[in-house]
Design a protein around this ligand. Structure first.
Ligand code: ATP
Length: 232
């Protein structure tokens, strides 16, 4: 198992109010696994993903990625963990508007320990034709695929995606999901995707359902569907 978490809880205290974002989560994720986190708004999905990505710390419990302790690590160690091992994709693409597609991806590669050829990363997401374009010349789905290429340009061991298709229409969303699936299959990158969309669950090895800060359901798919086969 690459991720190992036990008794993860996260409580936000705001004045007199306590928000229990995560309650006693146990979680194991194996190397190369494709996991979908499904659940309604406020169920704790982003909080859990952020802890796995070393962006946030739980209030209690343990969480490890391989031999990295993600709970007791200091800021510098977490920064190193994120930089060396984790690629993030968020709902909004956060590309640098004044740089071309290729330059946006090259930028990450420059600080990477194990750089992955930016052109190969862009080929993997199907954007070889658009290397010299600026983000404003691309559709939302194309920009999100650049964001996926950027996330993998440092050969991350883990790809964490928070609502990667949340801002996209049906067909464009599928192209982005296909790019993420290809990264998982061809590079063996352990992948966790957050979504509200239950149909996306079909492309996962395993689906974890969150509700009220707990894991309320878990399903394993015998065979994974390709994004083209998903319907919603
Ligand atoms: N920084 C914060 N301060 C206070 N409460 C927070 C904070 N971050 C999250 N919460 C609360 O924790 C709970 C879980 O939030 P989280 O963002 O993890 O849910 P989510 O399932 O990802 O929701 P969504 O699908 O809407 O993004 C929510 O009730 C949220 O309001």
């Amino acid at each position: 198992m690459v991720f190992h978490a036990r008794g993860l809880s996260k409580t936000y205290v705001m004045g007199e109010v306590e928000v229990h974002a995560l309650r006693d989560i146990d979680l194991d994720i194996r190397e190369g696994e494709f996991v979908v986190l499904l659940g309604p708004s406020g169920s704790g999905k982003s909080t859990l993903l952020n802890i796995l990505g070393g962006l946030d710390a739980p209030t209690s419990g343990e969480a490890r990625w391989r031999d990295h302790d993600l709970v007791n690590a200091g800021e510098a160690e977490l920064t190193r963990y994120r930089r060396e091992h984790v690629g993030f994709v968020f709902q909004f693409y956060n590309l640098i508007p004044s740089l071309t597609v290729l330059e946006n991806v090259e930028l990450v590669q420059e600080i990477a320990e194990k750089p992955f050829d930016p052109r190969a990363a862009l080929a993997l997401v199907g954007l070889t034709e658009r290397l010299d374009h600026f983000p404003s010349q691309l559709s939302g789905g194309e920009q999100q695929r650049v964001a996926v290429a950027r996330a993998i340009a440092k050969s991350p061991d883990v790809l964490l995606c928070d609502e990667p298709t949340g801002a996209l229409d049906y067909d464009t969303g599928k192209l982005v999901l296909a790019a993420i699936a290809r990264v998982n299959e061809q590079l063996g990158t352990t992948t966790v995707i957050i979504t509200h969309n239950a149909a996306i669950a079909g492309m996962a090895d395993r689906v974890l359902k969150l509700g009220g800060g707990r894991i309320v359901g878990e399903e394993r798919n015998e065979c994974r569907l390709s994004p083209e086969e998903l319907r919603w």
